[in-house]
Structure formats: structure tokens, C-alpha cells
Design a protein around this ligand. Structure first.
Ligand code: IMP
Ligand code: MG
Length: 179
């Protein structure tokens, strides 16, 4: 999609489904959840790029246990012969065997991305492994995957904003909207 004018860009956003206030409320609770799990022990907070960047920035500031930050990125293939394949295109440099790993993901859709990332990271024997997702679309699952903590469960609609994109646009909207 090539956006050519501002009106078209804004008019494509149908309706806000989660406001920024609602997001912030749930983020404080998610921060308390992580704090209570680790009770002062240090964690490695791992964001899955690009979608995580806004959520991770807010979640990190809601957590009070000692916290290091790292990023991974995965590419999934849709509408091609390798459909359903997930490749890791950016990996964590640290040896995670000494860490309590907390994954921060924007959305779990088919479940393929997090299933693959979880398989890879668990083989590296972290002390513990927890998945926190901003959004969860359970109706769309094609592989079994359940997060330890989901801030919002949403129906099968395509959403943008707060890090989530459509063709790399709309990530900077401060709310989550249907498109
Ligand atoms: P998966 O299908 O669970 O592997 O999710 C793969 C990726 O698809 C997510 O990390 C998002 O980047 C993207 N995705 C899935 N659903 C949506 C959506 O509604 N809006 C924007 N991106 C989405
Ligand atoms: Mg993503």
C-alpha cells in the first residue's frame, strides 16, 4: 500500500477499539504481574520487533524488578510456498541461561511466531520463561499457543496502532483501532 494523502490515511481507520487510557491501566497491572512473579529477581525483557516497540517501552517502565532489555525479530511467510514458516532475522546476543526471560509481544494471531521463538529460546535453558502479550486473537490460532499473560483478548479483526501496523503504517497511533 502506498499512502498518497492524509485523508485516505485517516479515513481507513474505522474505529478505536482500545483507548490509550485503557492500555495504560492494563499495563500497570501487567507490570505488577511481572513484579510479583519475580519478586525482586532480575529479568531479561525481550521484545519481538517491530510491533513490540511501544508496548515494551511502556511495560518496561511499569516493572520495578531489575531489568535488562533485548530484542528479537522474526519474519513469517504468508501467501507463498513457504507459508507458515517463521525465520529468526534478529537474535539475542546474550547467553540467556543465566536469565529469567520475559517475552513482550504485540499480538498472538496464528501463534506461529511465538511458538517458534519459544521453542528456540527454551532450548537455551533460561532460568524461567514467561510470555506477556498485549493482544490475543484466540479465534485465529492455527498452532497451539497460550501466553502466560494477555492484556486484551480481541475478536478476529485486523487492528493497528500502539506498535501494530498495516504495511508498516499506523504504528505510531496512541490507541488500537480496527482498520
Ligand atoms: P502470528 O500469526 O501469531 O505468528 O503473528 C504474527 C504477526 O502478525 C504478529 O506479530 C503481528 O506482527 C502480525 N499481526 C497479526 N495480527 C495482526 C493485526 O491484527 N494487526 C497487525 N499485525 C498483526
Ligand atoms: Mg509483530
Amino acid at each position: 500500500m502506498k499512502i498518497t494523502n492524509k485523508e485516505e490515511y485517516i479515513n481507513s481507520v474505522k474505529r478505536v477499539i482500545i483507548t490509550s487510557e485503557e492500555i495504560q491501566e492494563k499495563i500497570s497491572k501487567a507490570g505488577e504481574y511481572v513484579d510479583s512473579l519475580y519478586d525482586g529477581r532480575p529479568i531479561l525483557l525481550v521484545g519481538i520487533l517491530n510491533g513490540c516497540f511501544v508496548f515494551l517501552a511502556d511495560l518496561a517502565r511499569a516493572i520495578t524488578v531489575p531489568c535488562e532489555i533485548a530484542f528479537m525479530s522474526a519474519k513469517s511467510y504468508n501467501g507463498t510456498q513457504s507459508m507458515g514458516e517463521v525465520d529468526i532475522i534478529l537474535d539475542i546476543e546474550k547467553d540467556i541461561s543465566e536469565y529469567n526471560v520475559v517475552i513482550a509481544e504485540d499480538i498472538i494471531d496464528t501463534g506461529r511466531t511465538l511458538k517458534k521463538i519459544t521453542e528456540i529460546l527454551k532450548k537455551r535453558n533460561p532460568h524461567s520463561f514467561t510470555v506477556v502479550t498485549l493482544l490475543d486473537k484466540p479465534e485465529r490460532r492455527v498452532v497451539e499457543f497460550t501466553a502466560d499473560y494477555s492484556l486484551f483478548v480481541i475478536p478476529d479483526v485486523f487492528v493497528v496502532g500502539y506498535g501494530l501496523d498495516y504495511d508498516d503504517y499506523y504504528r505510531n497511533l496512541p490507541y488500537i483501532a480496527e482498520i
